[in-house]
Ligand binder design. Structure first.
Ligand code: FMN
Length: 373
């Protein structure tokens, strides 16, 4: 069994120093104002993770432009200077508690189910997404068929990421993470059955990963080397949990080496159970494949890693940090609990019901308190 102490050793991503290897995974909580501003409630919510000892907080996905990127009503955005400025109290609260905070930049594409700027959705191809809209984000029924994006829509989307990254720097964030995973716009381009294009954006895997690298390049150009630029990758999607890359390890090689070549400072790899073989019942995990094909790039591992031995194993398999999602919601003081060997509270999905917004109990209104350190 791995020694869990490794989780508490300081680390860094490029120039960003981190007090330990524990990160809060990005989690959409639809608790912004209707016009996408972060709120005081959100500052209190995020602060508790830093107070609880997490070295890094990755925000929920923020929409990046005033065209097709917004996914959910009450989702926060970073599509204007005012929205970016509304994040400053969140950033300050996390910093005051000794944590670092990265802004996740997200374009929902065909999975948008609440966008106040557009009455229809857009994606790589006019293919109806699988599954149903998420009720806990105020959606209902099937997803609409998106409009196929033109070249100028693609360029506008990439520019939205770059401008948002710049605004994130202005608001004091320590870095940005491009949401390239979980079925949202970038992942729609990567996925064969949602991308039927016959131009440079479709066809083989090299073409289907091109939007990730375009966005990475645009963000890098906007930020230079001022702050780390990360990107998140998954096989599974919010509307298709069991999706696997058809080209298996070949696809993994193409994807991870393209992200490394495009200058990603870190890759955030998420799977349901991060230690499981990426394909079939045997063989390396997606994390191990990322380590193999993106040498020298920092890695964040995510997926059911809340037990300290699992987290430590992910570090041994090549991750620099491990990110916790549901277990961080149930235990905002998770690092302090783990280091003290205390039991973790189980995640109760009732917390996200009927709507996934931030609940009073999470911001110290009543009930559980963050353990003192
Ligand atoms: C309520 C909720 C909201 C989420 N929102 C996002 C998001 O905005 N961006 C993202 O990349 N992942 C999002 N995720 C996925 C988590 O980051 C994470 O991958 C997932 O919870 C698995 O990690 P875990 O096993 O530690 O919970 C969300 C998960 C939950 C539970």
């Amino acid at each position: 069994m791995m020694e869990p102490g490794i989780l508490f050793s300081p680390t860094g991503i490029k120039q960003l120093g981190l007090r330990n290897r524990l990160a809060v995974a990005p989690m959409t909580r639809v608790s912004a104002t209707e016009d996408g501003h972060a709120t005081e409630r959100m500052a209190r919510y995020y602060r508790r993770f830093a107070e609880g000892g997490f070295g890094l907080v990755i925000t929920e996905g923020m929409y990046t432009d005033q065209a097709y990127s917004q996914g959910y009503l009450f989702q926060p955005g970073i599509s204007s200077a005012e929205q970016a400025e509304s994040w400053r109290p969140v950033v300050d609260a996390v910093h005051a508690a000794g944590g670092k905070i990265v802004a996740q930049l997200m374009h929902a594409g065909a999975l948008a189910q609440g966008n106040r700027f557009r009455g229809h959705t857009a994606g790589p191809s006019a293919v109806q997404p699988k599954g149903e809209q998420m009720k806990f984000y105020r959606g209902s029924g099937p997803y609409p068929v998106p409009r196929e994006m033109r070249q100028e829509d693609i360029e506008e989307a990439a520019a939205g990421f770059a401008h948002s990254a710049q605004r994130a720097m202005d608001a004091g964030f320590d870095g940005v993470e491009i949401h390239g995973a979980n079925g949202y716009l970038l992942d729609q381009f990567l996925t064969r059955h949602t991308n039927l294009r016959e131009d440079q954006w479709g066809g083989n895997t090299e073409n289907r990963i091109r939007l990730h690298t375009l966005v990475l390049g645009a963000v890098r150009e906007a930020l230079g080397h001022r702050a780390p630029v990360g990107i998140r990758i998954s096989q599974a999607k919010v509307n298709d949990f069991s999706h696997k890359w058809a080209g298996e390890e070949d696809d993994a090689r193409i994807v991870f080496s393209a992200l490394a070549a495009a200058g990603a400072d870190y890759i955030h790899v998420t799977e349901f159970e991060a230690w499981k073989p990426a394909f079939g019942t045997d063989g390396p995990s997606l994390l191990e494949l990322a380590r193999r094909y993106a040498p020298g790039v920092a890695l964040i591992a995510n997926g059911s890693l809340h037990e300290s031995c699992r987290g430590a194993e992910a570090i041994a398999a090549g991750a620099d940090l491990v990110a916790m999602g549901r277990s961080a919601l149930a235990n905002p003081g998770l690092p302090a609990l783990l280091s003290g060997g205390a039991a973790l509270a189980a995640f109760d999905s009732g917390l996200l019901s009927p709507i996934a917004d931030i609940k009073d109990i999470e911001i110290g209104g009543q009930g559980k308190e963050t353990p003192s350190r």
